[in-house]
Design a protein around this ligand. Sequence first.
Ligand code: SF4
Length: 479
Amino acid sequence: MPRKKLANYFDRVVLINLKRRPDRLKRTQEALKECRWPFKWPEVVEAVDGYANPVPAHFTNGPGAWGCMLTHKGILEQAIADRVRNVLILEDDICFIGHFRELIEEFLELVPGDWEQLMIGGQHMLFTGKPELIKPGVFRCIGTERTHCYAVRGEYMTRLIEKWTGGGKFNGNGHCDWIMGRDPDLQPKHKVYAPEFFLAGQERSKSDINGRVTPRQFWNPPGPELSVINLHAPKAVVIALREYGFHIGYDRERLSGVDNGLIKVFSANGGNPDGREHRMREWIKVIQWEVASDPRLLCTVWHPLAEPALVKEASLWPVYEITADTVEDVLKQLPGELRRQRMPELVEEGFASPNYNDRTPLPQPVSPGGVPLVRPSVPTKKELATNFSKAMLGWAKAGFKVVKRKVYEQRHAICSACEHWRADARMGTGMCLKCGCSGVKLWLAPSTCPDQPPRWGGTDELMNLSVQEQKTNAGIPPK
Ligand code: SF4
């Protein structure tokens, strides 16, 4: 397509930005330059701040979604008023796939000329059906959502406004992209197309409210070229390996660093092995979708019970087994095509930090003077008796196993620094004011700290041990 024709393909291009997020605007403008933006340079449109506007009673999806709906509606209304034939809308969390310029040009050559809406970025949902591949490179959308990069043309602008305003399945009450993708009168009855692989995604972002990180996502399916690493290594090594892209999951248990989804693979149904293979396959698929959105990452299974046979059976991709006690040894065993340079930028983005998306404890209440208001809860006599019998029963079930001195010392150090610990109680063995147990509890193998989340116990201690120690503790005999 001639350059000039491409530059004028869309009559109007807008970029939505919330005034209080100039950082996002700057980042998006840099991303546009980096991808060699082929269209008109976007006009910045100030987003309606839903928190600064009254939300009508009929709208029950919160101020954020209300502001978003008003913004998109306003852009289309303005386009109609200005007699603009089509408009391309971008949001300021957009990111682009590699070779965006070449790929978008190819898509626009392929897409049928009767298009009413183009979903250059999006997510195919299955509520109203699967998208149809009408020719290599082009999908006809049936239920495609998200609004970070789409174009609308002609009459279809009015159709969208009508549905956002009222009537139809949602009667104007819903996120604007849900209505766009789920109302049966819209995509299934109109000419809405998407490239076979979305060319725009949503950038990694950190919530201002809870600090949780949403990874970069393109919602493109993982290809067969990907691999899976089944890694057997201590926690400290795995933390360092994140800087080399080893992706062990985003939702990690705070202490052990093991992904909560992977923990469930082994603990669901009371740890019953039935269904483990299916659960493992589903977990790997989730990680591979994330890897497909960020090719710097490598899907990595890291759990002491992840036996080679299980992971191999579960995986739809080739699996590489790696057992090592050092970073160097892991990298040496990694096939050449999967080896990456150390990527310090992953640390800046938060991915490689030990706390990236880890479950963090709730903040402690603070007095007006800034002193944390810690009020240790002392268990009643009845609770004490229950806690004691539970601890004894658990210990008996575990075959009266005690922990190694290294683990005991680790637990003791954590308790000593805890506000619930009384070192001089229980004849000098110490006492936890949370459960009322004495320091003897620290020796019992199945014990866990009663705090929420627990400060020690469970998988964490295991993952700090060497590989052989992990296997022995998990009951896997040495080969
Ligand atoms: S067991 Fe947990 S809550 Fe109790 S003193 Fe130790 S660290 Fe604190």
